[in-house]
Design a binder for this molecule. Structure first.
Ligand SMILES: NC(=O)c1ccc[n+]([C@@H]2O[C@H](COP(=O)([O-])OP(=O)(O)OC[C@H]3O[C@@H](n4cnc5c(N)ncnc54)[C@H](OP(=O)(O)O)[C@@H]3O)[C@@H](O)[C@H]2O)c1
Length: 199
């Protein structure tokens, strides 16, 4: 399969690249790094990316920024990053990418644990993750041509605990390689409309 991997250099994305590259052609895409670049918060940039990649069999999005801030200090503006970047950035990868997707292609988006098991400062992350999980469930039943869409919702990764540990006391981190298996299941299996929870 020809697989577009957005966020390929990241903590999640690099493990997904290692897993999928064993069996597929993986195109590494980042904001600044990788073979091709995109800014997922800009629909024009997304369209330019697909014009460069051409048709594909799977898209994996392992990206998404949100604002982490105590709710007491959050204003409406503090939610904009999560909505424009992690939420609509990934939704737009599907809305624009479907034009370039081969029949039967899959989209795999990334949400995360925080809507299921929240932490302090995590209100925006929780809101966006919940929206992504709901989006894939609903979008899947309307996609034509055998197109599929799933989300992977990991807990915190072992490899991220260096900086994240103070925010995730009591959480059991999972190795990135284990998280990568959920992406393989989404890409190489047949399921659609699923949220694959890891950890
Ligand atoms: N790390 C965890 O423990 C964890 C747990 C659960 C869920 N998640 C979720 O997994 C996703 C990835 O997290 P991560 O920790 O792997 O992130 P990361 O290590 O910071 O990597 C981010 C990746 O995304 C790319 N990127 C950043 N902004 C972008 C943009 N505007 N457009 C396109 N690409 C962009 C970066 O490219 P450059 O290298 O070129 O900048 C990099 O490849 C996020 O949605 C996060 O919430 C992470």
């Amino acid at each position: 399969m020809k697989i577009l991997l957005i966020g390929a250099s990241g903590t999640v994305g690099s493990a997904v690249a290692t897993e999928l590259a064993q069996r597929h052609e993986v195109i590494h895409i980042g904001r600044n790094s990788g073979e091709l670049q995109v800014d997922i918060s800009d629909p024009t940039s997304i369209r330019r990316l697909f014009e460069q990649t051409g048709r594909f069999d799977a898209l994996v999005s392992a990206v998404g920024s949100v604002t982490f801030k105590a709710l007491g200090e959050m204003t409406s503006d503090d939610f904009t990053l999560g909505l424009q970047n992690k939420l609509m950035g990934q939704v737009n990868l599907l809305l624009i990418g479907r034009e370039f997707a081969n029949d039967g292609a899959s989209f795999t988006l990334t949400s995360g644990i925080l809507n299921r098991d929240p932490i302090r400062t995590g209100a925006s992350a929780a809101m966006v993750n919940g929206a992504l999980d709901a989006f894939v469930k609903a979008a899947a039943i309307e996609l034509p041509r055998g197109l599929r869409v799933n989300a992977v919702s990991p807990t915190v990764l072992e490899e991220a605990m260096g900086s994240y540990a103070p925010y995730f006391r009591g959480y059991k981190p999972v190795p990135a390689a284990e998280v990568a298996l959920a992406y393989a299941k989404s890409v190489e299996g047949l399921q659609t409309g699923q949220v694959f929870i890891v950890g």
